[in-house]
Design a protein around this ligand. Sequence first.
Ligand code: 26Q
Length: 842
Amino acid sequence: MQLKPVCRNNPSPLLTELPPLGMDVATLADDFRRYYNYTLGCDGDCLSTHYPYKALVLTLRDRLMERWKQSKYAARTRECKHAYYLSMEFLMGRALGNAMLNLGITDEVGRALYELGLNLEELAEVEMDAGLGNGGLGRLAACFLDSCATLGLPVMGYGIRYEYGMFRQLLENGYQVEEPDHWLRDGNPWEIERPEHTKRIHFGGRSEHYRDGEGRSRVRWVDTNDVLAVPYDVPIPGYRNGVVNTLRLWRAAATDVFDLGEFNAGSYPESVAAKNAAENITMVLYPNDASENGKELRLRQQYFLASASLQDVLVRWVRSYGNDFSKFAENNSFQLNDTHPACAVAELMRLLMDEHGLGWDEAWRITSNTMAYTNHTLLPEALERWPVRMFERLLPRLLEIIYEINARFLAQVAARWPGDGERLRRMSIIEEGPERQVRMAYLAIVGSYSVNGVAALHSRLLVEGLFRDFHELWPEKFNNKTNGVTQRRWLAGCNPALAELISENIGEQWKVDLRQLKRLAPLAADEGFRAAWRAVKRVNKERLAALVEAECGVRLPLEAMFDVQVKRMHEYKRQLLNVLHVIHLYDRIKRGDTGGWVPRCVIIGGKAAPGYAMAKLIIKLVNNVAGVVNGDPQVGELLKVVFLPNYRVSAMEIICPGTDLSEQISTAGKEASGTGNMKFMMNGAITIGTLDGANIEIREEVGEENFFLFGLTAAEVEAVRASYNPDAIIAADEELGRVMRLLESGHFSRFEPGLFEPVIRSIRSPQDPWVVAADFRSYVDAQRRAAETYLDQERWTRMSILNTACSGKFSTDRTMQEYNEEIWRLKPVKIQSRDQQTAISD
Ligand code: 26Q
């Protein structure tokens, strides 16, 4: 039996409107008990907290489901343009607190559970983080989805349902050890499997040219090995507006051919093994936050995402418009989250031509007016390249299309700059050399109508550097969209005490209009408000200290300045510079130079890519320094150092509210934007930072007097390289000299002599790309200014309040409005919502 498709004028008794689900304490408690007792079959023997957690999620999911359907109908009934955010990563973290917050029923749920003898905070802790991302780029995608739903923008996320997310980081003897993150082990109650929307993805084979019934020359991709893409939908609720958007994640499954054994010549065990190979595609997230070149499985993942998502959109299009694609570009935009899904450019061409019979010109007009590309890096070595030979083996038809795109593109370049062979070589999508490579960024630029960077400096440096030639050719394509974070998760959700203090004083509108925070600025002069502000920070420092004690076994003194650097471990982010400062503070204590001392707790956390030896060695260094410092009775409470293991979204929700000083100390010109910097600022931390990424805009917003600036500018970094001489800098700086001697004497590697040689060599190398030694002096001076300021708690509090007050720009609501006004041009969907009335309850 097949069900008939249903629409407005073809209602089905199956779907006729049910009465809205109650949002009151009693109804929530009833539903919860029904799930607990019947759906999950719990009885007195059920001791696991997973059952009440699941019952709660199902209770909430029903409320989301009502709104999900309404949102779908609202976006489908008119000619409604959609945007699709294509991303290999969505670092969602936990969904429970966010769902309650956005539905406006946190208090009601808390009371319902209390009446059932349960504790909401404890249940929320049961949820695993959905760690389907590495860091900034993946978390940005998650914040974007939250803001789009809140703004009512019809934007759908497309990603991969990795069986294993970002690895769990353990420390053994100070070394990082990775453990697989089997986050789906106990099931994922938020997701809905949609097997009826399964798509078929081709790999391998060859292209075959033929003539169709009308005598036209066509191409088909034959003799392929196919894999199925099965979608799982995750609801993305907007903030109290009745909107629920969709994140669709694809899982790889073997086709029936594998089971039948045809593919493997009838040999059953081999056939089942091959089935595994197919399903491996979505097994694990690659844990590198800079491109790891040439891994075939990664290319398979990328194409799998691009193809499944494009087919999905095209199926919906054809259902409404048949094979008339004349208005497709008007009605659809694909935002490519870096080059990871950039196969989509060639894949859309293939689908339009080979599957839907369009000619090249029409297909190209559509593709190049539909795709938009966001770049997230300035490191040339992080630009993705794929060996042509691998492409040819895995995606022969795509490579053929890329060659044609490139030929037509280079003809355009040649027409604009006749005789400039060097330029053709530089701009070609195919890099020539002993191993020819496909330059994915160039494919993305050529195939897109918009190319953006993620902070003002980054966007400027892109067009002056990496993409200079392309900017010269198409200046109108390039634009900036400064990143943001969602204040629902990163202030309202994670910092309830501060959220309440803010709302008491300026109302609740800041949750949907972050610029309202500006109204806090005058309160910085109010002594009573400052005292209340400090009391909130104190509570949050207690929470953070409890986390640190549980994870690291170190007790942090609460009056100390909490000085925090959490982010992926990377040389350009310069955790090493932070460590050098810590060693310097330790050295001062040992020398008795402690006049006017400000006690500090230095907290460092972050994962290193498993193959990144230097980043892993720096983790070990932090741990060894922590061991020496924390174990020295002479240091006592003056200085504590910890490496907080397994940094992740749910840890940041405790870390950023409890932070005093935010470390944003990357080598200028290397951090595209940063987004942790924004979370800290929003929660009243003061930044010590370089003129890099969005730090520049943070400083602009808050004023130079409320930001501890240090270091070379991006231009100065480039200028200094020619004559960079770290040995001379070390010799000329007494304090840096002492730090280096401590490091070189083996003071922090007593049992492993020579362990930190590679670190020392990199600091002393004239080729050090991160110029750590060059910024040491100005960093230490800025740290001194920070400490002196902290001594004056009233002044520090004023600065802290102003940081929050001036963080309004850094909402992803603003970022998404800019994407929409300048790239997507979608009409917001309005839902008749009963959620607004309950909006006062949180
Ligand atoms: C690529 C190929 C193969 C394997 C892995 C990768 C890969 C995966 C993740 C490459 C890069 C990433 C992640 C990059 C990232 O997170 N970039 C950060 O993006 C943030 C959001 O725009 C910025 O704020 C940060 O500055 C930027 O570093």
